[in-house]
Design a protein around this ligand. Structure first.
Ligand SMILES: [Zn+2]
Length: 234
């Protein structure tokens, strides 16, 4: 364990009346939980910093709490609490955090996932950020759909595609007859999204959202926060 770690706060869980267990995601250490003893104390005032969605710099005490590193110092790197004050932005933040948390395991280093989560949290006001983050998570999981070639026979997808029900990606009409058809212009938008290294903003692409959320569902199951975001968007 290094002396200090820059991490995104993924949540917080009350432990007894005074303490917190805080799941975080960092590039170097991956997902892990840290112990915050009395974060509300006047001397520390960490409670307002350890907000899900914030990026913090964490320093650790040499004494561990059970299996968990115990915090000795918390410094704020990026405060996103005001960006998350609007309900839709908060729902998006919760969705991105849940996506990131579910797509990795404790102890696996996750530099690209951590970077993607931070970039997405910095662009909460744009609907299309959700599509970008969904694609980043599929990429992280190693199942980013190829917009140009059938996942089964490698033929080109000039006539559009269907989503393979087994979660293998996009397939041509000859390989898969059932399921929703995704037309070529949609696959072009998917390719464009895959080429962008930062969220480019704009309105949410609903059709692309259907494709990506189905691809994610076969990998991660149904996400609680996705339902909240959809309800808020109505
Ligand atoms: Zn095929």
């Amino acid at each position: 364990m290094p002396e200090s770690v820059r991490a995104v706060v993924l949540g917080r869980i009350a432990y007894g009346d005074h303490d917190l267990v805080v799941p975080v995601l960092s590039a170097e250490e991956g997902r892990m939980s840290v112990f915050a003893q009395r974060p509300r104390s006047k001397k520390k005032r960490w409670h307002a910093l350890l907000v899900p969605g914030n990026t913090v710099d964490l320093r650790f005490s040499p004494r561990r709490r059970g299996d968990m590193p115990s915090l000795a110092q918390v410094d704020l790197v990026s405060d996103r609490s005001s960006a998350m004050s609007e309900p839709m932005a908060l729902a998006r933040a919760a969705y991105f955090i849940e996506l990131a948390a579910l797509s990795t395991r404790d102890g696996l280093i996750a530099p690209s996932l951590t970077r993607a989560l931070e970039l997405a949290l910095d662009a909460l006001d744009q609907g299309q950020t959700s599509r970008w983050m969904e694609l980043q998570v599929l990429r992280h999981l190693g199942v980013e759909p190829d917009p140009d070639h059938c996942a089964r026979c490698a033929s080109d997808l000039s006539q559009g595609a269907a989503l393979d029900p087994m979660g293998h990606g996009l397939t041509c009409g000859a390989c898969s007859h059932a399921g929703r058809h995704y037309p070529r212009p949609l696959l072009d938008r998917l390719r464009y999204l895959g080429e962008t290294v930062v969220p480019l903003g704009g309105e949410s692409d609903r059709e692309l959202g259907v494709l990506l959320s189905r691809a994610l569902r076969s990998q991660l199951g149904v996400l609680k926060s996705a339902k909240v975001a959809v309800a808020l968007a109505r």
